[in-house]
Design a protein around this ligand. Structure first.
Ligand SMILES: CC(=O)[C@@H](O)[C@H](O)COP(=O)(O)O
Ligand SMILES: NCC(=O)COP(=O)(O)O
Length: 253
C-alpha cells in the first residue's frame, strides 16, 4: 500500500491582497487559515513581499502564532528573498520552513529559480544560519537536473520546483515533454539527497497529473488558484477538493 502523502500548504497571499484594498480587516487571513486547517490542510504559506502588497509583517506574526497554537504538526512556510526581508522573519519567528525565492523587489510574481553554481557562494551562509535556527531551507528552482548536486552542497534541505512552465503546458501536446523534464529534475534532486516541494500556478485541473508524473513530492504550496476556487466554493470545500486531487494521484502511484 502507498502510504506517502503530499502535504498541502495553502498560500494566503491573495486573501491579504483583497483585504488591503480597504481598512476593515476583512477578509481575514487568520480566519482563512483556520478554515483551511480545520478542513485538513497540512500547512500555511505566505510570501511577504518587500512592498507589502499583500501579506504584511503583522500577518506573518499572527499566522505564525495561529499555526504554533494548533496541535498536530501543522507547518508554517515563509517564502521570500533572503537578501531582502525574509531573514528578518526567519530570525524572529523560526518557521518550520523558509523557501528562498530570487525575486526582485516589486516583482509582479515569482518567475524563475536560483542559478547554481552562480548563486551558491552568497546563499551558503544564509542557508547555514537558517539551519542553525532549526529552520528547514527549500530553494525555489527551475527543473534543471544538473543544478541539484550543487544545491545540496550549499546545504539546502529541499527544492521547490517552480511549476509555471508545467501549468502553461498542461493540456497541450507539450505536457508530456515538460513533465518528463520535471520528473528528471526531481530524480536528480532526490539522488543528491534533497527533498522535493512544488508550486506556482498549480490548480485543481493540473495538480494530480503533476503528482502522478513526479512522484514523492513532499509538499505543494498553492495560492492563486486555491483562493480563486475558495471565492466560489468556500475555504473548506476548496481544501477538500485539493486534498482529493492529491489522494487521487497517490492512489495511482
Ligand atoms: C514562490 C512562488 O511560487 C510564488 O508563487 C509566490 O508565492 C506567489 O507570489 P504572489 O502571490 O505575490 O504572486
Ligand atoms: N510556492 C508557490 C506558492 O506558494 C503559491 O503559488 P501560486 O499558487 O499562488 O501560483
Amino acid at each position: 500500500m502507498n502510504t506517502f502523502l503530499t502535504a498541502l500548504s495553502v498560500n494566503l497571499n491573495k486573501v491579504a491582497l483583497v483585504r488591503n484594498t480597504r481598512h476593515l480587516g476583512v477578509p481575514s487571513v487568520e480566519r482563512a487559515a483556520t478554515m483551511c486547517l480545520d478542513a485538513g490542510a497540512h500547512g500555511i504559506t505566505v510570501h511577504p513581499r518587500p512592498d507589502a502588497r499583500h501579506i504584511r509583517a503583522d500577518d506573518v506574526r499572527a499566522l505564525h502564532r495561529l499555526v504554533s497554537q494548533r496541535p498536530g504538526g501543522v507547518e508554517f512556510n515563509i517564502e521570500g528573498n533572503p537578501f531582502h526581508n525574509l531573514m528578518d522573519f526567519v530570525r524572529e519567528l523560526r518557521p518550520h520552513q523558509a523557501t528562498f525565492v530570487p525575486d526582485s523587489e516589486g516583482q509582479f510574481t515569482s518567475d524563475h529559480g536560483w542559478d547554481f553554481p552562480a548563486d551558491a557562494q552568497r546563499l551558503v551562509p544564509l542557508i547555514a544560519e537558517c539551519r542553525s535556527l532549526g529552520v528547514r531551507v527549500s530553494l525555489f528552482m527551475d527543473p534543471r537536473p544538473k543544478m541539484m548536486a550543487a544545491v545540496r552542497e550549499a546545504g539546502a534541505d529541499r527544492i521547490e520546483l517552480y511549476t509555471e512552465t508545467y501549468a502553461r503546458a498542461w493540456g497541450t501536446p507539450q505536457q508530456v515533454t515538460v513533465l518528463a523534464e520535471f520528473a528528471k529534475a526531481a530524480e536528480a534532486a532526490r539522488a543528491a539527497g534533497l527533498g522535493i516541494n512544488a508550486g506556482h500556478d498549480l490548480n485543481r485541473d493540473n495538480l494530480a497529473d503533476f503528482l502522478r508524473a513526479v512522484p514523492r513530492v513532499q509538499e505543494v504550496s498553492i495560492g492563486h488558484a486555491f483562493i480563486a476556487d475558495a471565492l466560489e466554493m468556500g475555504y473548506a470545500a476548496t481544501t477538500r477538493a485539493y486534498l482529493a486531487c492529491i489522494a487521487q494521484a497517490m492512489r495511482a502511484a
